[in-house]
Design a protein. Structure first.
Length: 153
């Protein structure tokens, strides 16, 4: 559940980890739906038999951008919510690195840390966060990103 804070409390969260989300399983059906939506049907994502025999992964893997897109859902559990907030708009990324593929039927979760808060105009706050997507049972994360979100009150 999101932490509800006042605009004056935002600065108190800079440099702090907000917590981790619940685990989310990445099954083949989800991967296939993403492939259909993005028209990216590369065999490493959608052909289990071929991916098992022709890749070093031993199975299909999720698209990197599928993993990235799921951070929006997963971050809902740990993100900040401003009092009187109207909406949050994805503002982009400063940095993104895909570090390890997410194999089919793996579980992922996000860990979020606030890096910076800037008041862009009255009632608009740009929040930079470090988002790490962890893979259950793996040492190395799937990705690390510096995300930007514009909070509008």
């Amino acid at each position: 559940m999101a932490n509800v804070v006042s605009k004056d409390q935002l600065v108190d969260y800079v440099g702090k980890e907000l917590g981790v989300s619940d685990w989310l399983k990445i099954d083949q059906d989800r991967i296939n739906q993403f492939a259909d939506a993005t028209l990216d049907h590369q065999f490493i994502h959608v052909d289990p038999e071929r991916a098992e025999t022709e890749t070093p992964f031993g199975s299909t893997i999720a698209h990197g951008y599928l993993t990235l897109s799921l951070t929006v859902h997963l971050m809902k559990e740990t993100s900040l919510k401003l009092e009187n907030m109207i909406m949050v708009i994805n503002y982009g990324l400063n940095k993104l690195r895909f570090l390890q593929p997410v194999k089919v039927n793996s579980e992922i979760r996000t860990k979020v840390k606030i890096l910076n808060v800037t008041e862009r105009s009255p009632g608009q706050y740009l929040i930079a966060s470090e988002v790490t997507v962890e893979i259950k049972g793996e040492q190395k994360p799937a990705l690390v990103a510096e995300t930007l979100a514009l909070y509008i009150t």
